[in-house]
Design a protein around this ligand. Structure first.
Ligand code: CTP
Ligand code: CA
Length: 226
């Protein structure tokens, strides 16, 4: 699709993408993670490059570095926050496709946690992680575009519009993860794009690559019209 897309709709633009699920360390060998594969974020990064943008990908996913894209490896929400914040001011378009853990262990054990024969359980104290998207939303200038993702199992559009408003994003891509044929780990996806001023736009179910191209075209149109 890279060859046939033709138009360089994002030539001269810088695009920053986050991808994958964060890993929050419990001790040197264990972490709390989630089921995000990172595929949607990688597809967005490749599509942005195909449309002519200069792309940076901040990722936790165990996938190879995509060619022609500056790739930054991170693990935790805190590390992702740092790398995204450092690059945000110079990005025209920022796409927050990562599945950021909402909670992380309050303290990381320095040594591997061991059990004894009489151990019956383990209490882990978790604390809220920084909301990366919301903090970027607060810094956003009017010439910048910020996209968030909402994966929901219930009340998709209602929950996603609440997040759009609360986090200061320009657009949210909402997807229904109660359907296993689309979403996490799958190669296909279906999203509805939500913005402040326009009606929800449901994009066709498609491969993550085609969907990414479609999402970026919608963003390019919005940027052009502004
Ligand atoms: N997000 C983020 N930092 C967090 C949590 C979420 O940047 N600590 C971003 C995600 O990358 C996504 C958007 O916020 O683009 C929405 O994430 P989601 O998990 O759907 O929303 P939450 O605000 O975390 O609410 P909840 O999980 O309770 O539905
Ligand atoms: Ca969350």
């Amino acid at each position: 699709f890279i060859r046939t897309s033709g138009q360089q709709l994002l030539a001269g633009r810088t695009v920053l993408v986050s991808a994958g699920g964060t890993r929050e360390a419990i001790d040197p060998v264990r972490y709390i993670g989630n089921r995000s594969s990172g595929k949607m974020g990688y597809a967005l990064a490749r599509a942005a490059r195909a449309l002519g943008a200069q792309v940076t990908l901040v990722t936790t996913a165990p996938l190879p570095d995509p060619s022609g894209i500056a790739t930054v490896r991170v693990e935790s929400a805190a590390q992702m926050q740092q790398e995204m914040t450092d690059r945000f001011a110079t990005s025209d378009i920022t796409l927050m496709a990562a599945a950021v853990a909402d909670f992380a262990p309050a303290e990381v054990a320095k040594h591997k946690i061991k059990k004894q024969p009489d151990t019956t359980g383990l209490d882990l104290q978790l604390q809220k992680t920084p909301d990366i998207l919301a903090s970027l939303g607060k810094r956003k200038r009017s010439d910048q575009f910020l996209l968030g993702f909402a994966a929901e199992t219930d009340d998709l559009l209602k929950n996603a519009s609440a997040k759009l408003a609360a986090k200061g994003a320009d657009m949210f891509a909402a997807n229904d993860v109660s359907n296993p044929a689309i979403g996490f780990g799958s190669d296909n996806n279906r999203v509805t794009l939500l913005t402040k001023d326009e009606d929800p736009l449901q994009l066709e179910t498609a491969s993550k690559d085609d969907l990414a191209l479609n999402i970026l075209k919608q963003i390019a149109i919005k940027l052009r019209d502004n």
